[in-house]
Design a protein around this ligand. Structure first.
Ligand code: KG4
Ligand code: ZN
Length: 379
């Protein structure tokens, strides 16, 4: 008998933004393969994702990426038990590529098709890694999804539990708050653009921030009426713009970094040698302000919801200061905090396959009429 006969292999497909990804995950927690083809090099010169270029690249990459995921998992298509695809939210044209391919694949193989919300995928990215190492986050949890496209807080509860197997639990979500303007990752990317620190901005700003004084410049907290769990990052972006206007002496180094970027010198180390202590202080202060805002509101939401756990996911979850601040503050409050690894923080398909697993067990399948939902909500 096939050793895998009791296992459920789900092929996940993700193409909602600028990553073409495919993965094979066993029983919602054991990753056999996770292949991600990033389009960063294509979008870099525009300083952001260009939807038309994204769709075209997904079309070029979807077949080889799925094939690579199967090869790395050492399985054939016939061994797949179901195909899970991202239905939304995301860019319509981009979503359509992965979804249509997954749909046709499921149909041709006679296997179930599972529609996954990309945001639920991010929640499962954290759970997947925890489950894989034998840890089972206690619910209710508050989940902060913080990326280039999203900054949103959800209350996560168990809808149906299975004591012996937490990976098949289905969850219910309630939106607690979210950004009213830019996503946090978007603010990182825009500030990096103003300072000529490359694209995407997060990883480089994160590294440079380690070398500056986070108390040098006060950006102030966003002033907002209404929901105290909402975020706003457009104010800090404007404050940065005004700061640069008031400090024209920073322009020559910005020009020098721009020239370095044009030569392909994009590493944080290379850009740091072209950055004065005033710039490093500026970056450290920006990061401190963003991290303070994200952690303060999330911790307050967790206390308000009586959450036992905080889950943090999305590209910005890779930020080292965000992680260390959450870890220190959560420990003080006796709340558990979980992050995915760097690889699972950014968009990937393992999280889509993992999110599809409880639906597979519940027989919650999509049909051939499934359509992409660019504004699909989680709650
Ligand atoms: O999740 P992701 O790959 O794609 C989206 O769905 O947006 O996130 C990418 C975002 C970018 O804005 C990038 O600048 C940011 O995550 N990012 C970071 C870090 N690494 C990536 N932001 C802050 N610190 C980081 N270390
Ligand atoms: Zn994402």
């Amino acid at each position: 008998m096939d050793a895998r006969s009791n296992e459920n292999l789900i092929l996940g497909i993700e193409s909602s933004c600028d990553e073409t990804a495919a993965a094979v995950v066993v029983d919602g927690h054991r990753v056999l393969s996770s292949v991600v083809s990033s389009q960063i090099d294509i979008h870099r010169k525009y300083g952001g994702v260009v939807p038309e270029l994204a769709s075209r690249e997904h079309l070029r990459k979807i077949v080889p990426v799925v094939r690579e995921a199967l090869d790395q998992a050492k399985i054939t298509l016939a061994e797949i038990d179901a195909v899970a695809v991202t239905q939304g939210p995301g860019l319509t044209g981009a979503l359509l590529v992965g979804m249509t391919y997954g749909k046709v694949l499921a149909l041709a193989l006679g296997k179930p098709l599972i529609a996954v919300n990309h945001l639920e995928g991010h929640v499962h990215a954290v759970l997947l890694e925890a489950h894989a190492t034998g840890r089972h986050p206690k619910l209710p949890a508050v989940c902060l999804i913080v990326s280039g496209g999203h900054t949103v807080l959800y209350d996560v509860k168990t809808q149906s539990a299975n004591g012996s197997n937490p990976t098949v639990a289905k969850f219910s979500y309630a939106r607690i708050g979210g950004t009213r303007d830019d996503a946090a990752g978007e603010a990182y990317d825009k500030v990096a653009r103003m300072l000529a620190l490359g694209y995407p901005g997060g990883p480089v700003l994160d590294q440079l921030a380690q070398h500056g004084n986070p108390k040098a410049i006060r950006f102030g907290e966003p002033k907002m009426k209404g929901n105290i769990y909402d975020f706003s990052f457009s104010g800090i972006k404007t404050a940065m713009l005004y700061h640069l206007r008031r400090h024209p002496e920073l322009q020559p180094e910005i020009d020098a970094r721009q020239a370095a970027l044009a030569r392909g010198e994009r590493s944080a180390d290379a850009l740091r040698t072209l950055s004065s202590s005033a710039t490093l202080d500026l970056v450290a202060s920006f990061q401190r302000a963003v991290v303070d805002d994200l952690t303060t509101r999330t911790l307050a939401a967790a206390e308000h919801q009586n959450a036992r756990t905080i889950l943090v996911s999305g590209g910005v979850a890779a930020n080292r200061e965000l992680r260390s601040t959450f870890e220190a503050e959560a420990a003080r409050r006796s709340i558990d905090v979980y992050f995915p690894s760097r690889a699972l923080s950014t968009d990937n398909a393992a999280m889509i396959a993992a999110a599809g697993y409880p639906r597979y067990i519940a027989g919650d399948f999509a049909d051939a009429m499934l359509n992409a939902e660019p504004n699909l909500a989680l709650a």
